[in-house]
Design a protein around this ligand. Structure first.
Ligand SMILES: *[C@@H]1O[C@H](CO)[C@@H](O)[C@H](O)[C@H]1NC(C)=O
Length: 395
């Protein structure tokens, strides 16, 4: 009875007690240095990294962008058979409407007048045969050119191959012109119109800024040093900026990334928010040169006067230009400022921990400090009563 009452009394007393932390002042230069140095590190982190580098006081948003492109230039080709051909945009840009990705044809293998008949396969170890037994009727090998008929035919005077049902004659793409057909594509120009917006900040821009005059636009050409803002690019120039040789790339094609960086700080330099262009070859990298190049096939279909269908097959090699737009803009906002500042300042609570550790372990008088810092209580008697008497020194 009395025990319960005593406990209850002490509980009530505790509610109306104020507890405060006892401070131990260590008059030691080394500990003081560690304390101030740790404080300095935390402040440097807050000011240098959080505010200046990360700009954590800003609200961030990613760019939203649209791109249209237009290629200009003419070419004139001469084939070995003496045929010449004039080329304009409608001939070499496929498909004709340019968007973030456009293809400029530079080389091709043409197989004219193909009809649906039977012809011997191109020779390779799996298609050569001695007689009909080596060929399986109905076999369609995805690496082959058609469906086998089960017959073994003369491909040439020396080689026999399995006959296939296909568009014949078959395309022989191993005879690719070594100098690109449209070598003069290096002088074509590419005009990129890029419009961006940061919806959260109601910020809109084009890569043709208001400070660019129309007469400048008609005559300029992008150059990193002299014309970094001109949106007209000579193909040879951007391929060489990507560290590649145009004529070499034109033979087997490739993919070239035109990377537009719109990262801006809208607090201080919104007026100078201009795009930065860079270029990179995407279909191969220096570490691995496997399967570079870019090509695809398309055909044009015709009918003879007897209503028989035939086609001309094109294997088109060329450079695909991918326009990649990225960027992040930031503008001051109170909410991220408070949140990030709070998170950063929480590191200040680490300072006493580091200083205490140094004081207790690295100093000669560590034991003395430890005895003053940590007060051990005796276990006899009522623990709560002991605590009260020890705290106030009244017995
Ligand atoms: C591209 O233009 C330059 C200069 O205008 C010229 O010297 C060069 O021969 C042209 N390239 C081709 C492949 O026609």
């Amino acid at each position: 009875m009395s025990r319960t009452a005593g406990c209850w009394q002490s509980c009530v007393r505790h509610v109306f007690h104020y507890e405060t932390v006892k401070t131990l002042v260590i008059p030691n230069v080394r500990v003081g240095c560690v304390f101030r140095f740790t404080q300095l590190l935390v402040l440097l982190y807050v000011v240098g990294y959080v505010c200046v580098v990360q700009k954590s006081y800003q609200e961030k948003e990613s760019v939203v962008s649209t791109v249209t492109t237009k290629v200009k230039g003419f070419a004139f080709t001469n084939t070995s058979t003496g045929n010449w051909k004039f080329w304009d945009v409608a001939d070499y840009v496929i498909p004709p409407q340019g968007e973030t990705s456009l293809f400029v044809l530079t080389n091709m293998v043409v197989t004219p007048h193909q009809t649906q008949t039977r012809c011997p396969e191109l020779p390779n170890p799996s298609t050569t045969c001695v007689d009909d037994c080596d060929c399986i009727e109905g076999l369609s090998d995805p690496r082959g050119n058609g469906i086998q008929t089960g017959l073994c035919e003369n491909f040439s005077t020396t080689v026999r191959t399995c006959e296939v049902l296909s568009w014949c004659p078959l395309e022989i793409d191993s005879e690719l012109p070594e100098r690109a057909l449209l070598a003069s594509a290096e002088n074509f120009t590419l005009f990129i119109k890029n419009s961006i917006t940061y919806p959260k900040f109601n910020f809109h821009r084009r890569n043709i800024g208001s400070h660019i005059s129309s007469s400048y636009l008609q005559s300029c050409e992008f150059h990193r040093a002299t014309d970094p803002e001109c949106p007209i690019f000579r193909l040879k120039h951007i391929v060489s900026e990507a560290g590649e040789e145009f004529q070499e790339m034109a033979v087997k094609g490739g993919v070239l990334g035109i990377i537009i960086d719109w990262s801006c700080d809208l607090d201080w330099w919104a007026e100078t928010c201009h795009p930065k262009y860079s270029f990179r070859r995407l279909d191969k990298d220096p570490a691995s040169n496997l399967a570079p190049g870019y090509n695809f096939r398309f055909a044009k279909y015709y009918k003879t006067q007897n209503e028989e269908e035939f086609r001309t097959l094109f294997k088109a090699y060329g450079i695909r230009f991918d326009v990649i737009v990225f960027g992040t803009a930031g503008r001051f906002s109170i909410v991220p400022t408070i949140v990030n500042l709070g998170a950063a300042l929480a590191f200040l609570s680490l300072v006493p921990v580091v200083s205490d550790w140094f004081m207790l372990t690295c100093m000669r008088k560590g034991d003395l400090y430890s005895r003053h810092k940590v007060t051990h209580l005796h276990e006899d008697g009522d623990a709560e009563a002991e605590l009260t008497s020890t705290s106030y020194g009244t017995q």
